[in-house]
Ligand binder design. Structure first.
Ligand code: HEC
Length: 336
């Protein structure tokens, strides 16, 4: 009892220091989380945009800050008294009756307004369904675009046949190491021997007879493109679209707008190949407004993958999904 009597007058005289420093600490921590962290991430990543702290994390940070401040203040009776002093003074009218009236009116109004604005029904435009295959800014030239690797030109096939004959088949740099390692372990085999599919194995049989037809060469060349395309798909697309292209890669669950499941009917089999090429080239950023409300996380690939690589990947993507691209409709002549 004695102790309480002693403490009260002392702390009441100490002014508003504890209260103000508590408020300032909370504001500083808020600013660090809201602006400091995005600023630092921008410096670290060197990208043109900051990474904001997600709202849920923000709430966790601020609740933790409040709990820590509460424990800090209540762990000492002096601090608690000091913290409460300005509040009690205000309530007793020691700062003047007007100040008390204004404060006690404004605080409930702020809380009331917040609750009102979060619960009151808002006037908003009707929800529009997302259009998965928007076409408003789809370049017209792409409509008739074909994957050049599906039907390699004679010159490319002939060059490939020459390469096969001299056993110096050129691969893209990304797979070279693997191919060479295989060759190291199988020195007696032809470099293409590791591709087990029928067109390649038949080609190698024909090679022994010394007579390779252009059609065999073409079929095997497509298999080589497919092999390279699968490797590029695994390196670049698998994290989101998954091994089997079912949209279940390790990163897929992180997106509100999930990566497309290409094995589903109604995805890549309903679009012409020039459309797929456009989507891969421009990514989510290239989509027009009717593809919102959720922004697509699909990256822009034109900056990282040259055109011939994108075509290889698309070849592999359709093959892995066991789908074919939509063929542009032809005008049928009517017979009367
Ligand atoms: C960061 C994750 C991510 C990566 C990596 C990624 N994608 Fe996507 N992709 C998505 C998401 C999410 C969508 C669905 C939203 C949309 O339509 O843009 C999508 C959509 C697509 C579509 C559109 C399908 C359709 O039916 O309209 C194609 C085609 C596609 N991706 C191909 C690829 C290819 C090829 C690669 C690799 C070169 C790749 N993606 C890498 C996330 C990714």
């Amino acid at each position: 009892m004695n102790k309480e009597k002693k403490l009260a007058p002392v702390s009441f005289k100490q002014g508003t220091g504890q209260f103000i420093s508590t408020v300032i600490t909370i504001i500083i921590i808020y600013l660090i989380v809201k602006m400091g962290i995005p600023f630092v991430t921008r410096k670290i990543t060197g990208m043109g945009f900051p990474f904001p702290v997600p709202g849920a994390l923000m709430i966790i940070f601020m609740v933790l800050t409040t709990i820590v401040m509460f424990i800090y203040i209540t762990s000492s009776e002096v601090r608690l008294q000091e913290f409460l002093a300005p509040i009690l003074k205000l309530l007793k009218g020691e700062y003047g009756n007007k100040t008390r009236l204004i404060t006690l009116t404004i605080i409930p109004l702020i809380f009331g307004f917040n609750i009102y604005s979060s619960t009151a029904p808002k006037v908003s435009t009707p929800t529009a369904l997302r259009i998965q295959h928007p076409s408003s800014n789809f370049p017209k030239a792409n409509e008739t675009l074909k994957n050049p690797l599906r039907n390699p030109a004679d010159a490319d096939v002939d060059k490939f046949i020459e390469e096969v004959k001299s056993s110096h088949v050129e691969f893209i740099p990304q797979v070279k190491e693997d191919v060479e390692r295989w060759k190291g372990k199988n020195p007696d085999s032809h470099i293409l021997g590791f591709i087990p599919t029928e067109p390649v194995q038949t080609l190698l049989k024909e090679l022994k007879t010394g007579n390779i037809s252009r059609e065999r060469g073409r079929a095997a060349l497509i298999e080589k493109y497919l092999f390279e395309g699968r490797a590029l798909f695994a390196m670049n697309c698998r994290p989101c679209h998954g091994d089997s292209t079912a949209g279940d890669g390790p990163m897929a669950d992180g997106f509100k707008l999930r990566p497309i499941n290409f094995t589903d009917t109604g995805t890549i089999d309903t679009i012409v190949e020039g459309y797929t090429f456009w989507r891969v080239t421009e990514g989510g950023r290239g989509l027009p407004v009717e593809a919102t409300p959720w922004d697509s996380a699909m990256p822009v690939w034109k900056t990282d993958l040259p055109e011939e690589y994108r075509w290889r990947i698309i070849l592999a993507e359709y093959d892995l999904a066991q789908k074919g691209p939509r063929e542009p409709e032809k005008h049928e002549e009517k017979k009367y």
